[in-house]
Each structure stands twice: as C-alpha cells, then as structure tokens.
Design a binder for this molecule. Structure first.
Ligand code: ARG
Length: 715
C-alpha cells in the first residue's frame, strides 16, 4: 500500500499540472502541462482543438502582425481579422489627411474594393518544435559567449533549413529560459493585408493617455483588417487579383458575455518579459534605465503636445509618434512605482538567497554555478554608465528626426567618395523616392525644439569624459544657449526641409554631408558609441549572460516540482484564468465590467481625450443597443480577467471555455505595472474590449452590418 502511494506521489509530482493565472505558455505543451488545470477552470475544448499540427485548431485563427508588434484573430471565413485600434493606428494615421481624416472620423470600407493596403504582413504559425537537445548538444560550459552564439547560430541555421525544405515558410529557432532551451517555429506569412474598418479616435482611443494603462476603462480599442491571398489561397504580394484568404479556422463570436469566474484564455504574441530579473537588475531599472526613459520622453511629449494643440495639421502628423512615445513613458513611470510599492527588489533578493543556499549544499553545484550571483552585481555595476549612454543615443540624440534621417545618408557619402557610379545612382534614387514619405509627417518646428532639449539633456546627464570632443566644443561655443545652437543648425542643415534635401540629391556631394551640422552630431555620437561604448557592453555581457542562463537553470532545478513558464519572446503563447474583479487598494473594489453609461459620465467636450461623438451619444441615451445589450439592457464596453499578457499581446483574442471570442485584449492595469518583471496574482489584470461593444460600433454606429454577416455569431 505504502509503495503504491509513494509511486503515485512520484507520478503526480512528475505530471503535476500547473495551476496558474501567471504564465505565457507554449501551445505545443498544452496537453502535458496545462490541460488538466484548464479543464478544472472551465475549458470545454480538447487539447487538439487548441493546438494541432495536422487538423485545424485555435492556433490557426491567430496571427502575428509584422514581426510581432501586435496580435490579430481571424473572425470570418473571408479572412476578416480583428486587432486593436492602437495596433492599426499607424496605418490609419498614414492614410489620413485633413480632407480624408480617418483618425478623427473613422474609416469603413463598405465594399471590399474600398479596403486599403495596410503595409504590414501577418503570419500564421504552422507548427513549433522543441529542438533543445539538438542545439544543446553543440554547447558546453567552456565556450566563450561568442563561441556559444556562433555554435547556436550554426545549428539553428541548419535546423531552419531542414524544416523549411522546399516550402515558402519562414522558420526560426528561438532561445528560451535565457538560453537553456531552444524551440523552432514555422510560419506562413501573408503580405497582402488591408484596412477594413476603424472607429474614430474618440472611440478607439477614448480616454487617451489619461486612461491609458488604467481600469476602469471605456475604450473601443479595435480595428478590422482583411488578409488576402492568391487564387490558390497562398501568400502573395498585393495585387488586385488577390482574393480574401480562406482560413483553416476562424473564431466563432459569442454574444453571451462574461461573468465573474468565467474561464478566459488569451492567445497571442507577447513581446518580452523579464520575470527572471535579479535584484541587481531591479536596482539598475529603478536607478538608471526607467528614470532616463521617463525624463527624456516627458520632455519630448511636452514639445509635441504644445505644437499639436496649435495646429490640426501637426496634430494629425504627430498622432502616431506621440502615441508610441507616450505609451512607454507612462509604462515606465508606472513600472517604477509598482516595483517600489510591491517591494520587488526584496522579493528577488530572497529568491537569490535561497538559490545561494541551495548551491552551497552540493559540490557539483558549487562548481557549475560558481560566480553566478556575483556576476549580476559586477555586470550591472560595470554596465550602468555604458547602458545609459546607449539609452541617450536612442532616446535623446536619435529622437531628433533630422539626426536619425541624416544617418540614411552615410552610405551615399561613402559612395560619393568612391567611383561606383552605378551604385551611387541607385542610392540617390532610393533616397529620392523616400522623400515624400519622410516629410509627410515632419514638423521642423517640433524637431528643432526636440534637438535643443535632447542635446542639452545628453550634455548634462552623460559624464563629460564620455562625450565626443566635437560635441562639447560646439556646445561651449554657444555658451549653453541650446536654442540658438539648434536654430543655427536647423537653418543650415539639409536634413530638415524637403526642398533642401531634394536640391541636395539633384547635386549631391560628400563634402556637403560632411559639413552638415546635424550630420556631424549624428556621426560624432554614433561613432563614439561604436568605438568606445559598444565594446564594453559586449565584454560585460559575457558574464551577465552566463549568470542569466545559469540563474534560470538553477532556479528551475531547485524548485523542480514547480513548472516555470519561459519569458515572452514574440513567440505564440496562451494564458488562461478567469474573468475577475479586484481590489486596487484598501477598501476599494473594482467591478469587472464597464458600461456605455460610463462613457457619458467621463464625457468632457473641452478635453480631446474625452469627447464623445454625437451619434454614439444618441445611441447610448436611447439605449439603442440591439442584440448587443446584456440581459439588463446595458451595453458592456470593457471587462477584465486575470490573464497574464504583455506588449505584443495587444489585439489578442479573449476566448471562453467553448473556444468562442468574447473580447479583444488591449491593456494592463496601473496597480500591476511591474507585471513584466514580477506577476502579482491578486492585482494583475488584462483589460479587453467586450466583443459586443465592437459589434455594436460596427453595426449600429458605423452601419457596416455586412461585416457582421460574415461572422459566425453564437447567441
Ligand atoms: N497601453 C496599451 C498597450 O501598450 C496601449 C494603449 C494605447 N492607448 C493610448 N492611449 N496610448 O497595449
């Protein structure tokens, strides 16, 4: 009897299903790791209905946008794809002019021929495979980082080639658990994607930056696209002859709504998390990295906002740039606050102490893990200043668009100094053809101010010994008058006026590039970085990356009864849990849904973030919700679940226990902004648009009922 119990205990331990709301899991392991728990929580599907290589399954309705900037889901058998408004924002913005202002007024293709090329591709996952054994067979602990990376690259290339065979698929091998495991992914990528419908920003971005990263929320953050294929339903570049893609699977759309405790699952492409970050890393984040981002981005946003308020043209030009800078300005601000409030440093430290004790108990461990924890301390200490310079290069120096733009002219300069006329001509043609696109959304007035402010921040915050002499002497020549310096530079440069750039391309000379003040700043800071900073980063990374890899390995070995999910890395994951309310602070409870009435409560005609379109207002006042109302006659706008997501998951489907679409994930909540580093079960929530609100806007607000008819509604 005793023996059997022991055996049984061993069995249960080995196959112990994970219990989690934390975790971005790999679909290929669903049966082995998660299925039992998912069933307990309310899942009705079989593992094969979630992930199958041979038969159609949920995964076939999920797409990666571009290289993973967002996620989308297929919701009709004509390739109709749903994602977030903030994921389509760039496309909507690029297609907007003051005459055709889709950003402010929305865009609805009433027939397929009106749909607009989106300019990004989408990828479907064909399959994934664990290739850890093959890769690890090529690696050993004696290798330097460079040798290790080379070996990984070589074996990955050959595995990728083998998996690709004679198909058109894209194949990539990615590292997991900080370089301990390796999985291979096969994708089919469709380049012809078109914009189908987008609500006005007053719906799609309702609440603006004030509400961003916050609950309670009332945002219709959705946009519709369509995937096109050639006549054989295969990927093809844009062509009028292409036809809507027939997917292997499309998600049925549920009108049933959500209630507390309902099962909820999210599929998508989370970009990156840092859950194995150690205390030294937290310190670096809190003292150096995050404050730099917050400070520099706030300064830039202030300049943008001031100019956007003055001119409608500039407001449309900078809408997308502003949104992306602002999103992570607020993110880092919230993350720093969260890391401190939730005492993440102390928690990490405690884990490291446990690991140190575990290592000390065993001779073999002492040898393998020698110096691992110390490696974090020295690594971060030696990298703080160089990393800061790298941040200032990107966030300050290259934030000036003219500076970034001037870098595109480096190749031309080299060519002009040589004698390859053919190549020179081609380069000139390339730059000339890019003129319109670059200057369409460019404001010299903004850029000159950004240049002055960012150069000052760079000069004041970076140690003088780490600044190029030419930059220091330029600033000292102006005695710190950055405004004057910027005005002179912008009066002279050829990289801030379309006419000047065009005239230069008519009669290009290397000397002219060399003498350009904006190009000079770019060249000096960039070369200084390449020559003096990057080598240190690479050298220090040697120890740090070993520490990271062995820390993740040790942690998983020490707690071998716990199943750790790997960090997000833009590969397909699913996360499951429940629709769940929460307590943001003492004595305050947040409900799990918001209703359309709340939109009118927030309405403020004097604040562009809270304007409510007249038509929407009338519909809400008349409670004219049609079949999209809940059982009380209310219209649910957004809801929350305890699913574990991060950036890249934007646009991901929220799916009920029957595999039906209930919403579109679009954000996280303020109280758990440290979630990418430490998941807080009681606090962390995903915010989604209730699919019924999306359908209501498409149908009742936009009058695009023909799109609803494409879908498979479940009542
Ligand atoms: N915080 C959201 C995310 O990162 C983006 C929301 C966009 N809305 C906005 N007001 N910027 O997925």
């Amino acid at each position: 009897m005793k023996k059997i119990t022991l055996l049984l205990a061993g069995f249960i331990l080995a196959f112990a299903p994970v219990k989690a709301d934390e975790g971005m899991w790999l679909p290929m392991f669903v049966k082995r790791l998660n299925y039992v728990d998912m069933q307990k929580q309310g899942l009705q599907l079989t593992p094969e209905e979630i992930y199958s290589v041979n038969n159609s399954s949920l995964k076939d309705a999920i797409v990666r946008l571009g290289r993973g900037f967002c996620t989308g889901e297929i919701i009709s058998d004509q390739g109709l794809m749903l994602t977030n408004h903030h994921c389509g924002f760039g496309v909507i913005q690029e297609n907007s002019t003051e005459e055709n202002n889709y950003l402010d007024n929305g865009f609805w293709a009433m027939k397929k021929s009106d749909e607009l090329p989106a300019g990004f591709s989408v990828s479907f996952l064909v399959r994934m495979e664990d290739v850890s054994e093959a890769v690890n067979a090529e690696l050993n602990e004696e290798m330097t980082l460079e040798e290790r990376n080379k070996a990984i690259k070589m074996i990955s290339d050959s595995l990728e080639k083998e998996a690709k065979g004679d198909t058109e698929y894209d194949v990539e091998v990615k590292s997991f658990y900080d370089g301990n495991e390796f999985y291979l992914f096969v994708y089919e990528t469709f380049p012809d994607v078109r914009l189908v419908g987008a609500p006005p920003s007053s719906i799609g971005k309702f609440g603006g930056d004030t509400d961003n990263w916050m609950w309670p929320r009332h945002t219709g953050d959705f946009t519709l696209f369509r995937v096109y294929a050639d006549k054989d339903n295969k990927p093809a570049a844009y062509s009028e002859d292409n036809k809507p893609y027939t997917p292997k699977h499309s998600l049925p759309v549920s009108l049933k709504g959500v209630k507390e405790g309902d099962f909820s699952m999210i599929f998508g492409y989370p970009g990156s998390t840092d859950r194995y970050l150690t205390s030294a890393g937290i310190k670096y984040e809190l003292e150096t990295r995050q404050p730099s981002y917050v400070k520099l981005r706030r300064q830039v946003l202030d300049i943008y906002e001031q100019e956007m308020a003055k001119s409608d043209k500039v407001r449309l030009q900078y809408a997308s740039k502003h949104a992306s800078i602002s999103n992570y300005w607020k993110y880092f601000k919230g993350q720093s606050a969260g890391l401190k409030r939730l005492k993440v440093y102390d928690k990490k430290k405690a884990t490291e102490d446990q690991l140190a004790a575990w290592i000390a108990k065993d001779e073999a461990r002492k040898e393998l893990y020698a110096g691992v924890l110390e490696g974090f301390e020295t690594g971060y200490a030696n990298m703080t200043e160089v990393n800061k310079i790298a941040i200032y290069l990107n966030e300050a120096i290259f934030r000036t668009e003219a500076v970034r733009y001037s870098r595109q002219f480096s190749s031309l300069k080299k060519l002009l100094e040589g004698d390859d006329e053919e190549a020179t001509k081609a380069e000139i043609e390339k730059l000339t053809s890019g003129l319109d696109a670059h200057y369409k959304d460019y404001s010299k007035v903004i850029d000159q101010q950004v240049f002055a402010a960012m150069l000052q921040a760079y000069h004041e915050d970076i140690d003088a010994s780490n600044q190029p002499e030419a930059i220091k002497s330029m600033i000292s020549k102006y005695k710190g008058d950055y405004k004057k310096l910027a005005a002179d530079a912008f009066a002279k440069t050829i990289f801030a006026d379309k006419e000047k750039t065009a005239a230069f391309l008519e009669k290009p000379s290397a000397k002219k590039i060399d003498k350009d003040p904006i190009y000079m700043v770019m060249k000096e800071v960039f070369n200084h970085y390449m020559d003096n900073v990057r080598p240190t980063i690479i050298a220090e990374n040697e120890g740090l990356s070993r520490s990271k890899r062995l820390f993740a390995k040790g942690l998983r070995e020490m707690n071998s009864d716990k199943v750790y999910a790997p960090d997000a890395n833009s590969t397909m994951r699913f996360t499951y849990g429940q629709i769940k309310e929460y307590y943001p602070r003492d004595a305050v409870k947040y409900d799990l849904v918001t209703t359309a009435e709340g939109i009118l409560e927030k309405e403020d005609a004097t604040n562009h973030e809270f304007v409510v379109p007249e038509k929407l207002k009338t519909l809400i006042q008349n409670k004219d919700y049609g079949q999209y109302a809940d059982e009380n006659g209310d219209l649910i706008v957004n809801f929350i679940s305890n699913n574990d997501i991060t950036g890249g998951n934007s646009g991901s489907p929220m799916i009920n226990g029957n595999g039906e679409l209930i919403g579109t994930a679009f954000d996280g909540n303020w109280e758990a902004m440290s979630g990418d580093i430490a998941f807080e079960t009681e606090l962390q929530r995903t915010i989604g648009v209730d699919i019924r609100y999306t359908l209501f806007i498409i149908d009742k607000y936009a009058g695009a009922g023909h799109l609803i008819e494409e879908m498979n509604l479940v009542k």
